[in-house]
Design a protein around this ligand. Structure first.
Ligand code: 5AD
Ligand code: SF4
Length: 459
């Protein structure tokens, strides 16, 4: 693996600009999946806008249509093919360029389906060739080629890509690519390759620059952030300590760590930090030791619970969020009860719940005793009910407390109110002047609702 500079690609940005000849062109981008994909899309937007395109919310008014796909669960496929179906006529009439990229494009059966059933795309690109988007677009525009630009081997890391960020105060920074864990349900290691970490100095430089541009909340991204390896013994805990020292950064988040790699040095750094948010995402996946073993998660129910206990002892104010999959092959009623048991015990602040989705090429897809759909759904509903029953109690603990928030903007439901997020990610709605947008302020929490809290500004 090499770490390369994006500069070599910049000539294609200039070439595309030249072909487009100052025309006011529009682009539309649809991003599926996780924050890593969103961060990739910000890089795509950065490159596309440098080539002179302006962002547009409507695919059917655009000259360039980009899909950045996900393949972690099946529903993303349905969404992509549905959208492509809708665009077939528009493409025929207007000749817009359609580019499809991201995780799903790394899958052979998807490439085949696109070629057979949706042959009107112009570019498909994978997870390792994002940096070549200007070159691919140039080849389409200049040579009218249909391009498939997918690398099956791990790509290099490219530094210095232009990036167009969505938010003005919160920024995501990818610290590592790929995954070595091979959880048996998961397609990610097949489509994103093995773990590759960015150099500490590149990450720190990016965050420093962001802090100077006014960003105050940083989310570090990676499939397994706590196996970050900066070289020469420089670990995730070192990176966290160094980011802490960047003056204007106020909040640090990271997703996702793997419970098996949540080492004491990381806990130590978090406990001493004033900036690392005291909500930790600790993906459980299942509460049953037998299921966890078949998932290849490398921890037991008891180890997970004792890790959470250890963290809580060292950092009493910490809360947890998690990911849970229901209906993994062979999951018995007892196994599922174990999941509910962990949920009751930990009382997660937030639970991302997923119905197991068979992924072609993964070991779990070949396992016998797949769970019937209706049982999966029934278990999902029971888990959801339990999680929702815990929300009021979780929210009540905030009432009467003073909390720091970074004001994000006007409330979507009420023009006269502002919103922001607590350190624990809870949304707070409060009355206030527009001047406060993007500022860090303190609010007192006055009332709880299921999905948000109400607050008032300190007099
Ligand atoms: N089916 C359902 N959920 C999955 N996840 C990953 N693969 C699958 C799958 N095949 C979930 C895991 C992971 C989150 C990002 O997506 O819970 O943590
Ligand atoms: Fe998938 Fe497991 Fe890697 Fe997460 S740690 S990306 S769930 S294989």
């Amino acid at each position: 693996m090499e770490i390369l500079e994006f500069k070599d690609e910049e000539k294609y940005i200039e070439k595309v600009k030249k072909i487009n000849n100052g025309k006011k062109l529009k682009y539309y981008i649809m991003t599926m999946g996780c924050m890593l994909n969103e961060n990739d899309s910000e890089k795509l937007c950065g490159m596309i806008e440098k080539m002179g395109y302006e962002k547009c919310d409507d695919a059917k008014s655009s000259d360039l249509i980009v899909f950045n796909t996900c393949c972690v669960r099946e529903n993303a496929e349905e969404k992509l093919f549905g959208k492509l179906g809708e665009l077939k006529n528009y493409k025929k009439q207007k000749g817009a360029i359609i580019a499809i990229g991201g995780c799903m494009m790394q899958e052979k059966h998807i490439q085949k389906k696109l070629n057979e059933s949706y042959p009107f795309f112009d570019i498909i690109f994978g997870t390792h060739t994002l940096n070549k988007f200007p070159e691919d677009l140039y080849n389409v525009l200049s040579k009218r080629l249909r391009i498939t630009d997918i690398l099956d081997i791990d790509g290099d890391i490219y530094e210095g890509l232009p990036i167009k960020r969505e938010d003005k105060t919160r920024a995501s920074v990818t610290i590592m690519y790929g995954c070595n864990n091979f959880c048996t349900y998961c397609i990610v290691p097949y489509v994103r390759g093995r773990e590759r970490s960015r150099k500490p100095e590149d990450i720190l430089r990016e965050i420093k620059e962001l802090s100077e541009e006014g960003y105050r909340e940083i989310t570090l991204l990676g499939q397994n952030v706590n196996s970050y390896d900066g070289g020469d013994g420089y670990k995730f805990s070192n990176l966290l300590s160094d980011i802490e020292k960047i003056e204007k950064i106020e909040r640090i988040r990271f997703i996702s760590p793997h419970p098996k790699d949540f080492t004491d040095d990381v806990i130590e750094v978090i406990s001493k930090s004033n900036k690392i948010c005291k909500i930790l995402h600790l993906p459980l996946q299942s509460g049953s030791t037998a299921v966890l073993k078949r998932m290849n998660r490398k921890y037991t129910k008891e180890q997970y619970l004792s890790l959470a206990k250890k963290i809580k002892e060292k950092i009493p104010e910490v809360v947890f969020s998690t990911d849970i999959i229901v209906g993994f092959p062979g999951e018995t009623e007892e196994d599922f009860e174990d999941t509910l048991d962990v949920v009751r015990k930990i009382n997660f602040e937030q639970v991302f719940m997923f119905i197991y989705s068979r992924r072609v090429g993964t070991p779990a897809d070949k396992m016998e005793d797949q769970i019937p759909e209706e049982i999966k759904h029934e278990r999902f509903d029971r888990l959801k009910e339990l999680v929702e029953s815990q929300i009021p109690e979780n929210n009540k603990k905030y009432i009467g407390t003073k909390q720091k928030i970074i004001v994000e903007g006007k409330s979507k439901n009420n023009e006269n109110m502002l919103t922001g997020r607590l350190e624990t990610n809870k949304v707070v709605v409060f009355e206030g002047n527009e001047d406060l947008i993007d500022k860090t302020i303190e609010v007192e929490i006055t009332k709880d609702h299921v999905w948000y809290l109400e607050g008032k500004i300190e007099e």
